[in-house]
Ligand binder design. Structure first.
Ligand code: ACO
Length: 401
């Protein structure tokens, strides 16, 4: 390993790596990806095993603490999370300032950043107690805030959390229950959503996680750092891709239109790309996409939903995987390709998809933030640049220009 820092100090030279395609920004013990093999491990455990056997809270413990919890540790952790699910009453007033037609991600960016104004008693990043409390607060309050953002745009009253329910069941209830009416939790829907959350929890140094680490490297408080991560996740090349993928499938509409879109995706003069296809790291199947495709199938069957978009997606995948362009460039479906169909089947509008991603990714962001702060080599992130602007020149008064 080359010590780039001392190399830069000794020689005044540094690497130029736009998009950080081959630059490691940190050491990490949390998530391992082998893009050639299509492998994803959280703390050593394969993602498909966790999605099949674990649940959100247990996997969150694993990401944060490094090992699976004992029964007692899990109970304590679950208790700590449920303890913090409520948000301050004044927080509602804050939310009421947004326009009704605001995008949920716009609300999430602002609302999560504002948590540091409501919970500033846990923002001393040098105090380990504060770090733990703000971690629990973030994980506990994200479903409440995401559900409030949803209810707000729907024009419906907020539903308070119910701490006797499982994390994901509580979230579904906060989104879909209506006051004074019985709400029955659909176990298939809750289990599928829990699986989706596990699949989205962490993905090593992706753009939003790197954003959280970079923001955190300056000593910013955790709520502000997570808000920065949410902003980054919003982009269509990152978390916004699930929304974009479903919109694309709806635009394609029928199987006979697929060849036209495949042709467009290959045309370099057309900015169109197959959304939900390709990945910076995976040059093989995204292992999350495999689990996701199976979950989509299960949900549609269990809820007896016949979504023509699923047929379009499967046929698009089949055609693309036989096409020389996609084979040569190693472009496979990523997690976002099928997740939109499942989320829609669960009743979420397209606008909410990225907010759900943010809810789940918060665990990864906060685990990475904690790991960064505990790293003895931690420094403020400060990339260099290659300046290509004007040479030194003298100021010219306005009447002489
Ligand atoms: N459709 C058509 N062509 C594609 C696609 C696609 N979805 N993705 C990449 N390509 C082509 C590019 O045009 C490029 O071709 P070229 O070599 O002839 O110029 C080549 O494949 C490499 O693409 P890059 O953009 O250089 O690859 P990069 O690693 O920078 O981008 C990314 C990865 C952003 C995910 C890209 O594949 C993409 O835009 N996909 C669609 C958006 C998407 O699904 N994003 C979700 C990512 S996963 C997540 O955030 C959870």
């Amino acid at each position: 390993v080359i010590d780039i820092r001392s190399l830069a100090k000794q020689t005044g030279k540094f690497t130029f790596d736009p998009g950080f395609t081959s630059t490691a920004s940190c050491e990490s013990k949390i998530t391992y990806i082998d893009g050639e093999e299509g492998t994803l491990l959280y703390r050593g455990y394969p993602i498909d095993e966790l999605a099949e056997n674990s649940d959100f809270i247990e996997t969150a413990y694993l990401l944060l603490h490094g090992d699976l919890p004992s029964g007692e540790q899990l109970d304590v952790f679950r208790g700590n999370i449920t303890y913090h699910t409520m948000v301050h009453e004044h927080f509602k007033n804050f939310l009421n300032g947004f326009r009704r037609d605001a995008h949920p991600m716009a609300v999430m960016c602002g609302a999560v950043g504002a948590l540091s104004a409501f919970y500033h008693d846990s923002t001393d990043i040098h105090n380990p107690e504060h770090r733990i409390i703000s971690t629990h607060r973030m994980i506990a309050k994200m479903p409440t805030i995401a559900a409030m953002a949803y209810k707000y745009i729907m024009g419906q009253p907020f539903i308070h959390p119910r701490n006797d329910l499982h994390y994901t069941e509580n979230f579904l209830r906060m989104c879909f229950a209506v006051p004074a009416e019985e709400y029955e939790i659909n176990k298939v829907a809750a289990s599928a959503l829990d699986k989706i959350f596990i699949l989205h929890m962490d993905h090593e140094q992706n753009a939003s996680t790197s954003t959280v680490r970079l923001a955190g490297s300056s000593g910013a408080n955790p709520f502000a750092c997570i808000a920065a991560g949410i902003a980054c996740l919003w982009g269509p090349a990152h978390g916004g891709a699930n929304e974009a993928a479903l919109r694309m499938l709806m635009e394609i509409g029928t199987v006979d239109k697929i060849p036209e879109y495949i042709r467009r995706a290959k045309d370099k003069d057309d900015p169109f790309r197959l959304m939900g296809f390709g990945h910076r790291v995976y040059k093989n199947f995204d292992p999350r996409a495999k689990v996701m495709k199976k979950a989509t199938h299960e949900v549609l069957e269990a809820l007896d939903i016949k979504d023509p978009m699923f047929a379009v997606a499967k046929e698009l995948e089949r055609i693309a995987l036989e096409d020389e362009y996609f084979v040569e460039k190693k472009l496979y479906p990523n997690i976002d390709f099928y997740s939109g169909i499942t989320l829609r089947a669960l009743g979420f509008p397209t606008d909410m998809f990225t907010a759900l991603f943010a809810l789940a990714r918060t665990v990864g962001w906060i685990a990475q933030w904690q790991e960064m702060l505990e790293d003895p080599n931690q420094k403020i992130g400060r990339p260099r640049q290659i300046y290509t602007g004007a040479d030194r020149r003298d100021y010219v008064p306005i009447n002489a220009r």
